[in-house]
Design a protein around this ligand. Structure first.
Ligand SMILES: [Mg+2]
Length: 169
């Protein structure tokens, strides 16, 4: 059960994604969470650094889908300059939005990656479908209250994950 909550990797920021390594591993589709993965939940638009990073990913041939539990208005507005696929009100960790995202991108569970800041939505949701997941450190310590409640248990899971990972190395 606990393994279902462990990501494949844990990185400080999406900008630490190793594009060459992803290409070598035949990754074709990237599913990104928005809130606290790409920007703080209360920031409406991506900054120039993020826009450029997404442009670079697209140039390299990656398909991208934003999958967020947030509202349509939030997701559409955020995507104005990124212009990628989106799914709002995704009900993560339920499987259906991840499946829909892969349909939109034309990818499958073996060549798709889920990148997000939450164990119980992004990581668990991806793992349930057998999609590889990458956990990122939240970009802000501001959270919606419902998320804030989960962070305590999340920290515990992350500690267990890190302990296991350090044993492996
Ligand atoms: Mg998030």
């Amino acid at each position: 059960m606990l393994r279902q909550l462990f990501p494949e990797d844990y990185i400080d920021s999406i900008f630490d994604l190793n594009i060459e390594q992803l290409l070598n591993n035949n990754v074709k589709g990237l599913i990104f969470d928005i809130d606290n993965t790409l920007v703080p939940f209360d920031v409406a638009h991506p900054n120039q650094k993020l826009i450029s990073f997404f442009e670079k990913l697209k140039e390299k041939g990656f398909k991208i889908c934003l999958v967020s539990n947030n509202t349509k208005e939030r997701v559409i507005k955020f995507n104005e300059k990124l212009k990628v696929n989106t799914i709002h009100k995704a009900s993560k960790p339920r499987r259906k939005s991840f499946i829909k995202a892969m349909d939109l991108m034309g990818t499958n569970k073996d060549n798709t990656l889920v990148i997000g800041d939450q164990i119980f939505t992004d990581v668990w949701g991806g793992n349930r479908l057998g999609i590889k997941t990458i956990l990122v450190v939240p970009v802000s310590d501001r959270d919606e209250w419902i998320t804030w409640i989960k962070r305590g248990i999340e920290r515990l899971v992350i500690r267990l994950y890190q302990r296991q990972r350090s044993k492996k190395r």
